[in-house]
Design a protein around this ligand. Sequence first.
Ligand code: HEC
Ligand code: HEC
Ligand code: HEC
Ligand code: HEC
Ligand code: HEC
Ligand code: HEC
Ligand code: HEC
Length: 309
Amino acid sequence: MTRPAYWCLSSVLWLALALSFPAYASECLICHSAMKGRVVGPKGVEVQVHLDAKRYEQGVHGVLQCTDCHVGFTGGPHQPPQGKPPQDLAELLPFAALKARVDPLALAACSRCHPAQYEELRKGVHGENIFKKKQADAPLCLDCHGSPHYIGAEEEGSPVGHARVVETCGSCHENEEIVKKYNLPPYVLDKYRESFHGKKYILGHGGVPTCATCHGSHYITRAEAPDSPVKGQGLVATCGRCHEGATAKFAAAPAHKYIGKENPIPYYGEKLLILLVFGVFGFTVSHVLLEAWAEIRDRFLRGKGGSHE
Ligand code: HEC
Ligand code: HEC
Ligand code: HEC
Ligand code: HEC
Ligand code: HEC
Ligand code: HEC
Ligand code: HEC
């Protein structure tokens, strides 16, 4: 083959290969859409190497280059990211590292394009857990949004969408270890489902509030915070978004009441009721048993005893 013909053929082959992948992520997807399963990466962590190219393309990030997020990775086959992290991400990196398994820099990179959500999250109670207390129990982006590769392409709907967000918040707020460690109200999901809103939610009502409607999604505060949407005037405004003319009295209806010792009247009231129910039950049962015993004693034992006389 002549040299020009060779170049011609090989560039056609290259072109065909390049065109068979969308241009944005072709370099990376040559390997990552073909590879399957899990591989232990350079940090000794198991890596899920496969990316579904079609779903990636359908998602909201389908137009991005892989390296828009994986800023430390260049070309392929690649080395683990080396050198200094970019300046704008350096400060976030140690916090992202608390939550990320394989590429903390990619998790920090969300802040470049979604700075508002990142800042809001950081200000709130979840951010405090990560950025102040340096714990990994509260959510960063992926705990709520799922895989960054398929946002918007989830067959079962978005994990932060109306139908799934209660489950998403519940993944931690019903987690016994977390609830205990942070002294959070237990059974929130059960209590929510028992509430007037929750009962309609289960039936698929799209207009009832979910956890995120009342508490927010990125800036979530403690209930007693001065700008809390679930206490005082904030709560009245929250209810008022849907219930026109809501008053403080209306807003006091329990959203998902957990009856704890801090509300002594209902708390001890409930305990008293339980005691009463079991008391009456216990009394009735022991009464029946004693009666039966008396019957047995009279018929058989007394009868025998009688023969001694
Ligand atoms: C030649 C094949 C190949 C190409 C091309 C390739 N990768 Fe990889 N990639 C791998 C393999 C194999 C692993 C698994 C373990 C490892 O890191 O060696 C991996 C792992 C990863 C990981 C997991 C983190 C880690 O450190 O293991 C990320 C993130 C990643 N690749 C991103 C990319 C990006 C972004 C590109 C494009 C710039 C790319 N890859 C191109 C083969 C490739
Ligand atoms: C919107 C940002 C974003 C884009 C775009 C993106 N990634 Fe990722 N990717 C991440 C984040 C964040 C993680 C998880 C980091 C972690 O948990 O350590 C991740 C994880 C991975 C992993 C490891 C998966 C695992 O769970 O073990 C691979 C492999 C990977 N990405 C490859 C790619 C490739 C190839 C592309 C381009 C087709 C791409 N990524 C595009 C943000 C992105
Ligand atoms: C290079 C810029 C860039 C980076 C980095 C990036 N995103 Fe995005 N993101 C976008 C664009 C562009 C959209 C589409 C916006 C739109 O359609 O309004 C988007 C959309 C989203 C949406 C959906 C918004 C909606 O309207 O439903 C979520 C959620 C999201 N990104 C989360 C993340 C997370 C989490 C990360 C980090 C892993 C990340 N993004 C990193 C550019 C980026
Ligand atoms: C506690 C759960 C949670 C965490 C953590 C979280 N999000 Fe969200 N996010 C949501 C919910 C819920 C929505 C949908 C809000 C709506 O429909 O109004 C949302 C919506 C979005 C949107 C669409 C635009 C908007 O604001 O409605 C973007 C972009 C986004 N999130 C990015 C991020 C990024 C980046 C991070 C990490 C810094 C993050 N989210 C962390 C729950 C979360
Ligand atoms: C209709 C509005 C509403 C909905 C929906 C809702 N909450 Fe609440 N939430 C409240 C109110 C009101 C409080 C109680 C504030 C107080 O102690 O007086 C509260 C308290 C909390 C607290 C405790 C805060 C503290 O400081 O003690 C947590 C945690 C919580 N909710 C999580 C959730 C989760 C998870 C969901 C979804 C299953 C949810 N909430 C749904 C309104 C709501
Ligand atoms: C990855 C786990 C996780 C997810 C997901 C999560 N949370 Fe949390 N949440 C926590 C932890 C941990 C705390 C306690 C943080 C602390 O005190 O340091 C907390 C605290 C809270 C508080 C304040 C409780 C208090 O003590 O005053 C509210 C309200 C709350 N979360 C609501 C939500 C809502 C609404 C969602 C869903 C949109 C959600 N959370 C999703 C882990 C999670
Ligand atoms: C996102 C909108 C929304 C918000 C916010 C909201 N609700 Fe509702 N609420 C509804 C819907 C929808 C129903 C069901 C109406 C129906 O179909 O009967 C409902 C029903 C109720 C009911 C049952 C009686 C009735 O009027 O139907 C009460 C009580 C109630 N809500 C109280 C509250 C309180 C208290 C708050 C604030 C903590 C609140 N709601 C916040 C949408 C909302």
